[in-house]
Design a protein around this ligand. Structure first.
Ligand code: NAD
Length: 365
């Protein structure tokens, strides 16, 4: 019963446990909400310490995908999958077995890349099911979504700077960026080209040196990072980097980056940021560029349409920032209400359509 009460408290529709002994696949698929459309979310592969950690992760991440798709204006619900495995031991057989489980859901869940899964893994899933995005361009996919995620973050940063600092021009703005990986490196380039002064940290020295030489970025040790005197902090590495301790020493006036689940405790820490007059761009709103990119594979990929949809992230953030000011709530709360309103409106519309067709049916009798 513990499982059902957990699922109920987060509002999930379905959780599927997948086991294939031949390939040693152990995976969980969580479908959070399909009101807006089929659930879409990546497959994360990690050697979770125990099953409970894997379940917690997939439940939390799939719910986040519902909010992300709703805020991005997509006709998609929220879902996510985790594979419990060592990244060094992933095999084609494992992903094909996983593809068969996805196929058995008949389109209620569509997958894509996430941590430790890549285009090749998606291509292997594609051999067993059509319910997969982020496949290689040869298979009709759009390739690596990081560049579109970075573009969305860039537009979002411009909007946040405008809202909090009262200017659109990023020239001379000081930004600390944590994690110069796939998204971070593209973002550094875009910011540098607009005259931003960059401060970067990463656990990978080689990547840091490259970013330093390409974009004149100052390398900073992680221990000194949060107290840096900058305008904006961009978390672009892992989740939960912001907690009760380091929020207190932040000098940045804005937090806006691509990492998922940036706040250790979303409700508590988003309020704390608001009280400190630090503008937080909710992660699931600002980092939707990658999702928008793969979602467009389903309807037929049109690069211009993707660019326009990603640029609209700035408009959504603008509405959320304004609502947060107007209602006196955190930006996280404002974004949650924005997503929940859209889902409720669509649910009401569906109920109305159902009622109308049954009423017409009765009239015919
Ligand atoms: P990535 O693995 O390519 O890059 C992450 C970078 O962070 C790496 O350079 C890594 O060395 C660094 N890093 C890891 N731990 C660190 C630490 N403790 N301190 C400093 N640096 C550290 O990942 P990515 O695709 O660039 O994604 C970054 C974040 O954005 C992740 O949280 C991911 O879930 C999220 N995200 C990515 C996309 C996308 O399109 N790739 C979309 C939405 C959200």
């Amino acid at each position: 019963m513990k499982l059902f009460s957990r699922i109920e408290s987060l509002g999930h529709e379905q959780v599927v446990v997948c086991h294939d002994p031949a390939s040693k696949l152990r995976a969980i698929i969580a479908i959070h909400d399909t009101t807006l459309g089929p659930s879409l979310g990546g497959t994360r592969l990690l050697p979770y310490e125990n099953e409970d950690d894997a379940l917690t992760d997939v439940l939390r991440l799939s719910r986040g995908m519902t909010y992300k798709a709703a805020c991005a204006g997509l006709s998609l619900g929220g879902g996510k999958a985790v594979i419990i495995a060592d990244p060094k031991q992933k095999t084609e057989q494992m992903f094909r077995a996983f593809g068969r489980f996805i196929d058995s859901l008949g389109g209620r869940y569509i997958t894509a890349e996430d941590m430790n899964t890549n285009v090749t893994n998606m291509d292997h899933i594609r051999l067993e099911t059509r319910y997969v995005t982020g496949v290689s361009t040869g298979l009709g996919g759009s390739g690596d979504p990081s560049i579109m995620t970075a573009k969305g973050i860039f537009y979002g940063i411009q909007e946040a700077v405008n809202h909090r600092l009262g200017k659109r021009d990023l020239n001379g703005v000081k930004i600390s960026l944590q994690g110069v990986g796939s998204v971070g490196k593209h973002l550094c380039k875009m910011l540098y080209e607009k005259g931003v002064k960059l401060f970067v940290t990463d656990i990978d020295d080689k990547k840091l040196k490259e970013i330093h030489s390409l974009y004149n970025a100052t390398i900073v040790a992680e221990k000194d990072f949060y107290s840096l005197d900058v305008d904006l902090y961009a978390p672009c590495a892992r989740g939960a980097t912001l907690n009760s301790n380091n929020i207190q020493i932040l000098k940045a006036k804005i937090v806006a980056g691509c990492a998922n689940n940036q706040l250790e405790d979303e409700d508590k820490h988003s309020k704390m940021l608001k009280d400190m007059k630090i503008l937080y761009a909710p992660d699931y709103v600002i980092n939707a560029g990658g999702l928008i990119n793969v979602a467009n594979e389903i309807t037929g990929y049109d690069p211009e349409k993707v660019e326009n949809e990603v640029a609209r992230i700035a408009n959504t953030l603008d509405s959320i920032f304004n609502e947060s000011d107007k209602q006196g709530v955190s930006t996280h709360e404002a974004a949650k209400r924005f997503a929940e309103n859209r889902i409720q409106n669509v649910a009401n519309l569906k109920n109305m359509t159902k009622f109308a067709s049954s009423a017409i049916g009765n009239l015919k009798k």
